[in-house]
Design a protein around this ligand. Sequence first.
Ligand code: ZN
Length: 243
Amino acid sequence: MAIIHEHYPNAKTTIDTINWLIDFVEEKLDLEPNHIMLADSICSDDVNSIQYPARASEFLGPFKMGGLDGYPFTGLTGMGAFASHVPDEGAIIIYYGPHIGISKDGVIGEIHRLGQSKPSGCCGAAKGALHNLLKDSITEGNVTDLDYQMNIIEQILLKAKDPILAAPLPLKEATDVIYEAINSRIEELAAKTMYTCKYLILVGAIHINSDSDMGSYAAVQKLDVVDLIRHERKSLLAEINQH
Ligand SMILES: [Zn+2]
């Protein structure tokens, strides 16, 4: 945990993050978890399924919005789909963000996976795109059918080439850049969606995976609760981070 906090001082385990959210909806919104539709926009990496916090199953869902590195590739159609599946008096929680591995030895971008003798990349897609950026092999506008999601991640990094290359930890900077791209796309999708429920809760985070015996962490960057009836929006970032 100390190694995780060196890079992400406000990180907490995803288990604690989910526990906080369950307490919040029960105590402050007076809703049962089974009236909440959980959607996530996190990387399709199998580690995210293996390290998915068990109590998340108290919510409905999850609807999976993410593809490579958590970008919401299901778009407006996906957003509209789960928004129409929520109980009338209920709420939507969207947990979103890119992920980054931090091994027990403190190596950024790597984790030890079960049964493997060597560590492997995490996020592999972000690392691959960064590798191509460093090689100068990303062509502006090059988005193919064969590797569509990867090409989109590459285009996101290409737009922020200078700050990424100048950063002391380029992968960490690239992860921040991808977070910003995901966050603005989630906001765009959320604004264009029709809701029939009472609340929309946006939880943006840098999602951190560690070795197979360690689990996952969330460094929450945004926690906004939107009252869809009153059209009011409130940030609870300070509350979750001081918890
Ligand atoms: Zn990934």
